[in-house]
Write a protein that binds this ligand. Structure first.
Ligand code: AMP
Ligand code: GLY
Length: 423
């Protein structure tokens, strides 16, 4: 099978890595990929969707897997399908689950899927009236995609009203804030749950926890994610059953009923309050770094799982995972997430990587023999172990043997299980 992976991050590296390990995968391409995916396959400097479909057709690509949301909301799946090409991901219409918070909330309400009470509106007055019915803190969200920055948790009513006003008048986030969602604050713990869907059937991967804040103790600014681990013991079989029957199954059935069957990765951002799951958000792609933690646990061959998911054939698949836990710790560049950082050479001590620990590369480029950190989230040290603690220790042992100027990382990933906020 010839496979093309769209994207350039650690998530796409992690997906590529399991295809590379699968003997059924013959040729592996990345578009655009990064300096390290070039060691797994061939990088392509193509971004235009039609040009990518031309390439897939000309080179006999059997399966394309899309990593990030932008090409999905931009309709890459529609372009490929029009040409009869197999591609794993949602159509632009189905990708609205991530692209528009208003679409998502209205979808959840229509299909009676649990979520925080909300109002979705373009009117400042309506937003203010609803804010008065809630108790603080209050959550205000811009409707459109804002690179993860469109959610404000207001401490009191005045701040919530000011935020809604600023969004709706276009001062915050421009167009993306023309419509807002105001919702009640849910106080619990968060899970990232991924379902691979084929429009009708789905399979659920082990639940993860992400660490969105930059600093230890969940302090500092929000980031794309500084580490993740899974499966988390916080997601008991009883809770996973509720998530599957109350959230995932009705979402897949509802999308089909609404005429936008959902194919691809349904990423459910869940808040658990008193052992009851509520949907915070959907994304239509794998989380990053959750993907880097989950992929190495997969035992079912990548070609089988992703091909079946892309061709409406998931029914009856036997999804197998290694009986292990994985912890992924992100190493970011010095000024992340504030500003860019000059490139820095990466060195990995000889013998540092093993069966128990490997690197998923993200913000890197090749310069001759050297691999350079190019800023942002540079790489993820992924440790595997029979429990979360041993996996965490393996990840940190590797992290201590990976060097680049300005490297920063959290020391307390998986504190929810290890109980150690300082690693
Ligand atoms: P979203 O993009 O909607 O998932 O929001 C980003 C983050 O904001 C979530 O991961 C939560 O940590 C937080 N958040 C969003 N909505 C709520 C809510 N209703 N209650 C509490 N926290 C929330
Ligand atoms: N790690 C969360 C995300 O990818 O959105």
């Amino acid at each position: 099978m010839n496979v093309l992976i769209i994207g350039s991050g650690g998530r796409e590296y992690a997906i590529g890595r399991i295809f590379k390990a699968d003997p059924a995968c013959q040729k592996l391409y990345f578009a655009p990929g990064n300096g390290a995916t070039a060691d797994l396959g061939t990088n392509l400097a193509i971004s235009d969707h039609e040009a990518l479909a031309d390439f897939a057709q000309a080179e006999g690509i059997d399966l394309t897997v899309v990593g990030p949301e932008d090409p999905l909301t931009g309709g890459i799946v529609d372009r490929f399908r029009d040409r009869g090409l197999n591609i794993f991901g949602p159509t632009a219409a189905a990708a609205q689950l991530e692209g528009s918070k208003a679409f998502m909330k209205n979808f959840l309400a229509r299909h009676q899927i649990p979520t925080a009470p909300y109002i979705e509106t373009e009117s400042i007055e309506a937003a203010e009236r609803f804010i008065d019915t809630l108790s603080a803190p209050i959550v205000v969200k811009a409707d459109g995609l804002c690179a993860g920055k469109g959610v404000i948790i207001a401490r009191d009513h005045a701040e919530a009203k000011a935020t809604a006003r600023d969004m709706l008048s276009g001062n915050l986030f421009g167009q993306a804030g023309n419509r807002v969602v105001v919702e009640a604050f849910l106080d619990g713990f968060e899970l990232s749950v991924f379902a691979l869907c084929d429009g009708e059937d789905f399979v659920v991967l082990p639940a993860c926890q992400d660490h969105k804040r930059l600093l230890d103790g969940d302090e500092g600014p929000n980031t794309g994610g500084m580490g993740a681990y899974g499966p988390t013991p916080l997601a008991t079989p009883e809770l996973m059953e509720k998530i599957q029957t109350r959230i995932i199954a009705p979402t897949v059935a509802g999308m089909k009923k609404d005429g936008h069957p959902f194919e691809g990765v349904l990423f459910c951002g869940i808040m658990v309050v008193d052992n009851e799951p509520y949907t915070l958000e959907f994304n239509v792609r794998f989380g990053d770094p959750e993907c880097e933690a989950l992929m190495p646990l997969l035992q079912t061959p990548a070609t089988e799982l992703f091909y079946k998911a892309a061709t409406g054939d998931l029914k009856g698949i036997e999804l197998r995972f290694k009986p292990l836990c994985a912890v992924g710790v992100v190493a970011a560049s010095a000024h992340y997430p504030y500003k860019s950082t000059p490139p820095a050479a990466i060195t990995v001590e000889a013998g540092a990587q093993s069966e128990q620990a490997h690197i998923a590369y993200a913000g890197v480029k090749r310069e001759g023999e050297k691999l350079m950190a190019t800023g942002g989230r540079v790489l993820v040290c992924v440790g595997l172990g029979e429990n979360v603690r041993t996996a965490r220790d393996a990840a940190y042992r590797l992290m201590d043997r990976v060097h680049f100027e300005g490297k920063q990382h959290r020391r307390d990933i998986a504190w929810q299980v290890t109980g150690e906020q300082d690693g």
